[in-house]
Design a protein around this ligand. Structure first.
Ligand SMILES: CC(C)(COP(=O)(O)OP(=O)(O)OC[C@H]1O[C@@H](n2cnc3c(N)ncnc32)[C@H](O)[C@@H]1OP(=O)(O)O)[C@@H](O)C(=O)NCCC(=O)NCCS
Length: 332
């Protein structure tokens, strides 16, 4: 499978660390920067709307009824347009659309169908693949499998996240972590000169840890931060090292590393433990926050013009489930 174009979209509303000081929940801007390394994040909600949520003057359902929460299809259209502007995409040739989000507009239908309808793609098979923050890697794994089996030739992968609409703004632990974004990847089974070849994909899980990160129906996101932190660092390293080793490569052979954008301090710790120098580490968590499954692929898209032919790119992600996975990409 070849990823021949990508696009990303970040909403315009900027939430800096000082904004959370004003919510009167004991949040400290310095604590966030020092412990998590996040300085800013983007939201589909305005700071005013978030303040109203914080003080219970409005709730998510009411904001949704007012049309104040940008839809998954609308966000996807923006990242799709960027992918279309970057590289020529013949949308009529796309036969499979895989959507994915942890924060859907509705339980039914699959976002892959709603997005396809919004973009006027009527002749595709649309469906969703979801695995919380590991979604993009799992989407690529599934699409690659379909292509290797000869079951599809041209595809599009969409992922959109809006965790800022599902956190409790009276909770300083979780409300400060997230940002919203969407990504699109155009993929083909045929070789394309300037594409990224998906050399290998790896997907793993440890289901007994499912309760450590949870977004219950109708409630707010919560996680066991300390337990998850240890898991996140060890599995980021394992996912990167395992995919390299089974392709007879070492970290020194790869030019670029991208991890799950949950916490900058965690990412730098994982990179140091693997011996990856700072100039090979790509990230956007500092000014975009934890964007769930869109973090790693939005970094991949933002740096699209930097990759040189022959470069290896390793993407290693971790997420609820518990899940982890990786992609080994090579620029053609
Ligand atoms: C979530 C995470 C940032 C929390 O960092 P931490 O160093 O573990 O911090 P803790 O939650 O133990 O909190 C330490 C103290 O800081 C406080 N604190 C938390 N948020 C704060 C904030 N915004 N401002 C000031 N203090 C804060 C806590 O309340 C706690 O104080 P207390 O003991 O008096 O209650 C970190 O654990 C993490 O990144 N975990 C991994 C997340 C991840 O990878 N998830 C993957 C799926 S998304």
């Amino acid at each position: 499978m070849f990823i021949y174009s990508m696009g990303h979209y970040f909403p315009e509303n900027v939430l800096d660390n000082k904004f959370f000081d004003k919510l009167d929940i004991g949040s400290a801007a310095d604590w966030i920067e020092e412990r998590v390394g996040i300085v800013e994040r983007r939201s589909v909600l305005t700071p005013q709307q978030i303040s109203e949520l914080r003080y219970g003057r409005i709730n998510r359902a009411q904001l949704k009824d007012q049309g104040a929460i940008e839809s998954i299809a609308s966000m996807s259209e923006k990242s799709w347009k960027m992918a279309m502007n970057r590289t020529h995409i013949v949308s009529e040739d796309i036969d499979t659309v895989i959507g994915g989000t942890s924060v859907p507009d509705d339980d039914i239908p699959a976002s892959g169908c709603a997005i396809s309808a919004h973009l006027g793609m009527e002749r595709v098979r649309g469906f969703d693949v979801n695995s919380a923050c590991s979604t993009f890697v799992v989407q690529c794994h599934v699409m690659r499998g379909l292509m290797l089996a000869g079951l599809t030739n041209e595809g599009a992968i969409f992922c959109a996240e809006r965790y800022t609409t599902r956190v409790d703004y009276s909770d300083r632990r979780n409300s400060i972590l997230f940002g919203d974004s969407s990504i699109t990847a155009a993929v083909s089974s045929k070789h394309r000169p300037d594409s990224l070849k998906v050399v290998d994909s790896l997907v793993e899980s440890a289901p007994s840890g499912w309760e450590h990160i949870h977004l219950p129906d109708g409630k707010f996101f919560h996680q066991n931060g300390a337990a998850v932190q240890k898991f996140a660092i060890t599995k980021t390293i394992a996912a990167a090292q395992d995919i390299l080793a089974r392709n007879k490569l070492t970290p020194a052979d790869a030019q670029w590393f991208i991890g799950h954008q949950a916490n900058y301090r965690m990412l730098t710790s994982a990179m140091e433990k693997m011996g990856v120098p700072p100039e090979k580490h790509l990230y956007n968590v500092v000014d975009r926050g934890n964007q769930g499954a869109c973090g790693a692929p939005s970094v991949l898209s933002q740096n699209w013009d930097r990759y040189k032919p022959g470069d290896y790119i390793v993407i290693a992600v971790v997420g609820a489930g518990l899940t982890w996975g990786s992609l080994l990409l090579q620029k053609q």
